[in-house]
Design a protein around this ligand. Structure first.
Ligand code: GUN
Ligand code: ZN
Length: 437
């Protein structure tokens, strides 16, 4: 039966969607790929995916021809700071200097709702330009910054997770809440935004250094009251950070043990960086289903360390990969995977391009427990897609002349690609990139 509806559109192109984590560059069973593919979209949902001939027999609607480009699920960035757009490219010796000298100064501007709204608008437009359709973001300590974040995401109908930072010490007074106000404001934001449209709330104690034990106790309470919300924080990013954390919390055996004590581990708990972990810490993360979110461009830029993908994966910990703007140096998930690949080279790990594209899509969706909604082209999921051109620049086009396989094309996109390779970004069924100035 043909389904006819004015709301239906069919995207035509070379369509790629992962089914599971690939086990090597020849693992063709890990993904669906159609050389002449079709993705049927009705309203905000994908309703059909397969050979274009089959999809166009089943659905009747406007055909949008993206050949010869690749159609993929929208890219997912599971750790970045929307309030750090103007911190990017700040010259510092290491994490703590960078935080004190630039980041904690810049974030004070988000006291002003007009500034917060202006940056939030630029932030989502930038994500769209780079093909990122969902992200997990830190806002500043100010409730207004989270309001701006969710408000602008809602205008664009983007699936976004975020939260106001909770921080009551070791930062400028203007950036501090208290255990009580941090709790009250986080609660109000979670009540208002979690589950409203596509928004989801993340309870966001910045890291142990900027939270007193009383504040972390309030995080324990919030997580009990809002078991459906996410939790995000930073963990074991940098050696000086780890040493200072141990001074502040001397009664705990290691960094993760602090968060364990306050019952912050779990399947919806996202730990940014997670580089310098002991076997015990990895084991505790694995047992609890917690997620290690690696941020390669940031780790190189701040000289923090080299996340060992294979070691973390062998320990059974769920892995995600993210930009960490503004410690990170690019909004591009392609660039991010390029740097992640190089870090794995230095660790002696093989990290093939199928894995890279899996991580940016289904892998990151699974780490967020959102694979039923985003991360694939499967029918009934949200119609968030990116259209990629591996010949976007003259040098990419030249290299494309030597490319023979899909994996080689993906590797080219990962190695040389950025926003120029993003032809279009669809958010909930709507083409969003073309309309940007
Ligand atoms: N640790 C605590 N806050 C931050 C931050 O804003 N960026 C990074 N990279 N690490 C942090
Ligand atoms: Zn971060």
């Amino acid at each position: 039966m043909i389904e006819e509806n004015q709301n239906i559109k069919i995207l035509r192109g070379r369509a790629l969607s992962f089914l599971r984590q690939p086990e090597g560059v020849d693992d063709f069973a890990a993904f669906s790929y159609f050389e002449d593919g079709g993705v049927a979209i009705k309203g905000s949902k994908i309703v059909g995916f397969g050979e274009f001939g089959e999809v166009s027999k089943q659905f009747n609607g406007e055909i949008i021809d993206h050949r010869p480009h690749l159609l993929l699920p929208g890219l997912i960035d599971p750790h970045l700071h929307f309030v750090q757009m103007q911190v990017v490219a700040s010259y510092a010796a290491n994490l703590l200097e960078w935080l004190n000298k630039y980041t904690f100064v810049e974030e004070q501007r988000f006291f002003d709702p007009v500034h917060a709204a202006m940056i939030a608008s630029a932030f989502f437009d930038t994500l769209i330009r780079y093909g990122t359709t969902s992200a997990v973001a830190y806002c500043s300590v100010h409730q207004t910054s989270a309001e701006a974040f969710f408000g602008e995401a809602e205008k664009r109908n983007m699936l976004m997770i975020g939260g106001k930072c909770m921080m009551d010490r070791n930062c400028p007074k203007a950036l501090q809440d208290t255990a009580q106000t941090g709790y009250d404001e986080s609660k109000a934001l979670a009540q208002k935004w979690h589950g409203r449209g596509r928004a989801k709330y993340a309870i966001t104690p910045r890291f142990a250094i900027t939270s007193s034990p009383e504040q972390l106790e309030s995080v324990t309470s919030l997580l009990k009251e809002f078991p459906d919300c996410y939790m995000q924080t930073h963990l074991s990013e940098n050696m000086e950070e780890i040493a200072f954390t141990k001074e502040l919390y001397p009664d705990h055996q290691d960094y993760l043990a602090i968060y364990e004590h306050y019952e912050m581990l779990g399947e919806k708990s996202l730990f940014g960086h997670a580089i310098h972990l002991s076997e015990r810490e990895l084991d505790a993360m694995a047992q609890s289903g917690s997620v290690a979110v690696s941020c390669p461009t940031s780790n190189l830029f701040l000289g923090s360390g080299l996340f060992d993908h294979d070691r973390v994966q062998k320990s059974g910990v769920s892995i995600a990969v993210a930009t960490d703007i503004g410690g990170g140096t690019s909004f591009s998930m392609l660039k991010t995977m390029d740097e992640f690949y190089k870090i794995q080279q230095l660790n002696g790990n093989r990290f093939d391009p199928l894995m890279a594209f899996y991580r940016m899509t289904l892998g990151n969706a699974k780490a967020l427990l959102l694979e039923k909604d985003i991360g694939t082209l499967a029918p009934e999921t949200d119609a968030d897609l990116v259209v990629l051109d591996a010949g976007a620049t003259p040098e990419m086009a030249l290299k494309m002349q030597r490319v023979e396989t899909l994996a080689e094309e993906l590797f080219l996109l990962q190695t040389l690609g950025d926003d120029r390779a993003v032809v279009e970004t669809y958010v909930a069924g709507i083409a969003m990139k073309a309309g940007l100035v």
